[in-house]
Design a protein. Structure first.
Length: 316
């Protein structure tokens, strides 16, 4: 891990020098999650012909560097990796994109109205598994890199860096926002939310205004539900992976006509349990980055922070 000091002009020239080896994408808008770059909303897996067993697999190995993401979006890689790269069956399509994608985030200088990363134990200036993070010092940047390839590229560009033990070491980080808000009660949910699975009153109260539109799951950096669909063109066709949502009634509908999650309360139960019980049990992490997109996009103004607090009251 190395720390570099670089001014704006040098930074722009360095990014330009990388374009010979990879696509460099500067991220300025944050309405959509970084998830879409690693797990596209619609992805062709392979083409096929009905008269032959051969399939033409499509693996995207294009090298890409994304610059300017917020630290909470960088956590997307960590959370999706836990699912899609788990052994013994890592997802080859996700892996191809993941292995050829690098991320340099930019430390936040202000809290946005809906974000709550600091209330779940994160920070607007945390590396969160990114390959690097920029700290705005006004006239220049501090660039902390935790990737040997990028360190080598920057040194070949002519910059020398200082070895840093970890991101918590003492160095200038510019303006980093802080506020005095109580942490969200995540621990009670990790330990006891599953015991409330049959608490109908709890789930009805949380779900009472939900429209089941799925906006929260599509925009969530940690949600990854998908459907597989085949599209035929005569004797040829393609298989695609497209986003789906556990908030849709059709998501768990069975061919028999039975649906184990027939109403919104069962679907909201699944959403909270997956994020704050199942995910921690399986991987030791909660399935949330604190980005707040679900709150901002919800047409019914459901606030997951309030849902967490409400559920915690039942969890002791």
């Amino acid at each position: 891990m190395k720390l570099f000091r670089i001014d704006q002009e040098e930074w722009n020239r360095f990014l330009e020098s990388l374009r010979n080896d990879m696509e460099v994408c500067q991220i300025s808008e944050r309405e959509h999650p970084f998830k879409e770059k690693l797990l596209p909303p619609k992805e062709t897996l392979f083409y096929y012909r009905k008269d032959t067993p051969k399939q033409k697999e499509i693996l995207n190995t294009k090298k890409r560097l994304f610059v300017g993401l917020s630290p909470c979006d960088a956590k997307t890689k960590q959370l999706l990796d836990l699912n899609f790269l788990s052994e013994p069956y890592p997802d080859p399509y996700y892996k191809a994109l993941r292995d050829n994608t690098w991320v340099i985030t930019k430390a936040c200088q202000d809290f946005e109205p809906y974000c709550f990363c600091d209330q779940i134990g994160d920070s607007p200036a945390k590396l969160n598994g990114a390959d690097g993070i920029l700290y705005d010092l006004g006239e220049s940047y501090h660039l902390l890199l935790d990737n040997e390839m990028l360190i080598q590229k920057l040194e070949e560009f002519g910059k020398s860096g200082e070895s840093i033990e970890n991101e918590d070491s003492s160095y200038e980080k510019g303006k980093i926002p802080s506020r005095n808000l109580a942490p969200l009660p995540i621990e009670p949910l990790k330990k006891n939310l599953l015991s409330q699975i049959n608490n109908q009153e709890l789930w009805e109260q949380i779900e009472s205004t939900c429209l089941s539109c799925g906006a929260c799951t599509f925009l969530c950096p940690a949600c990854y539900c998908f459907d597989i669909q085949d599209t035929s063109y005569g004797r040829a066709g393609k298989r695609e992976r497209i986003y789906d949502s556990c908030m849709f009634k059709s998501y768990t509908a069975e061919a028999s006509g039975h649906n184990p999650r027939p109403t919104g309360k069962e679907r909201w139960r699944q959403r909270l349990l997956h994020k704050f019980s199942y995910y921690p049990t399986l991987y030791g992490e909660i399935g949330c980055t604190g980005c707040g997109r679900c709150i901002k996009a919800c047409p019914s103004k459901i606030d997951i922070r309030e849902a967490i607090k409400h559920a915690a009251k039942y969890c002791g």
